[in-house]
Design a protein. Sequence first.
Length: 198
Amino acid sequence: MTRLFEPIGCKVDLSTGAMGNATGSYQKRFCDLDGLYADPAAFEAMRATWGERIVYEVSEFRATEQSGDLIFGVTRMAPGKVGDEYFMTRGHIHNQADRPEIYYGQKGHGLMLMESPEGEVRILSVDAQTVCYVPPFWIHRSINVGEDDLVMLFCYRPIQGRTTRSSQNREACARAWSPTMEAGRKSTIRIGDRVTRS
Ligand SMILES: [Fe+2]
């Protein structure tokens, strides 16, 4: 027998980045991101003031974990830099790597950094009212290159097992970082900008 679930609406508060009716949430504080940035000295210098402050947080809605369902939610990321690097998420590849994802910019100026299994890098801007499609198999990470909070909605199909940051992903993100920084310093990032990995 088909099991029905109640439709639900979730209001997004752009001032806080919180989503109403969320079924779960998590926060990443500055101290949780040790080892993420290329400049450990800059990270340590910021620890005293930033240690317990939230760099990014996620609230999400999950009705079920059934593969045909949808998971959606909102990410809010503070503005800031560690050395020359903008605040960013850890980045991940889906355990079921053939599962794509949609991001929709709500506020601020972000970049989505993606890398294919072959090592190709793509960067898309995720500004307000911009939809970003992360195709299957692309590692992805978001970066706040603005001076305000970055708020984005995301949506994907439930993934068996956890969505993780694999060692492959970590390495890939590190490799991809150099061109990303170069692109991030441009005054404008065009949709579809193609960046060659150095
Ligand atoms: Fe994802």
